[in-house]
Design a protein around this ligand. Structure first.
Ligand SMILES: CC(C)(COP(=O)(O)OP(=O)(O)OC[C@H]1O[C@@H](n2cnc3c(N)ncnc32)[C@H](O)[C@@H]1OP(=O)(O)O)[C@@H](O)C(=O)NCCC(=O)NCCS
Length: 129
């Protein structure tokens, strides 16, 4: 349910990736955040029993295909990696073609205080025709 202030409810979707009817990954996705040409991945999580077997990469591929085919105004995929999760997530996102923007934001969730580093990937031009 959580989303940035001012973003309408219909701009947030949660997608599931299934293999043979079994849920293996979830994705939290925002349309038009922080601007109309950007989709923000709030979370991509593979079930702990299924990590390291290619599901994360193939789930991201499906997410990108979904954005390219249903949100034609989006040119950039964006996400934040929290420093406490950097060892797990940074290599994965770079493997999917994301690069650091250089922006660093304070991150607070419950009792955790850390920093989040922003990453972006430009979508290919032909996917928006
Ligand atoms: C991060 C996460 C999504 C990766 O999913 P996964 O199914 O384990 O990853 P895959 O097996 O699909 O790996 C895809 C590619 O990324 C690479 N990769 C994965 N984790 C990596 C890491 N920590 N460092 C370097 N490369 C990594 C893999 O080697 C693989 O490369 P390949 O395409 O050459 O084979 C998964 O571990 C996860 O859900 N972690 C907990 C939640 C989380 O941290 N999500 C990300 C922040 S939103």
């Amino acid at each position: 349910m959580m989303r940035p202030e001012g973003l309408p409810a219909e701009s947030k979707i949660v997608l599931g990736a299934f293999d043979d009817g079994q849920l293996v990954a979830v994705v939290d996705l925002l349309r038009g955040f922080p601007n109309e040409h950007t989709a923000f991945i709030g979370l991509l999580e593979v079930h702990s029993h299924h990590q390291g077997r290619g599901y994360g990469g193939s789930t991201y591929g499906l997410v990108q295909r979904y954005v390219e085919s249903t949100w034609p105004e989006v040119r950039t995929m964006r996400l934040a990696v929290v420093d406490t999760n950097a060892q797990v997530a940074t290599g994965f996102w770079q493997r999917q073609g994301f690069q650091p923007t250089g922006e660093v934001r304070p991150y607070r969730y419950d009792k955790l205080e850390s920093s989040a580093r922003l990453y972006e990937k430009q979508l290919p031009e032909q996917s928006r025709s």
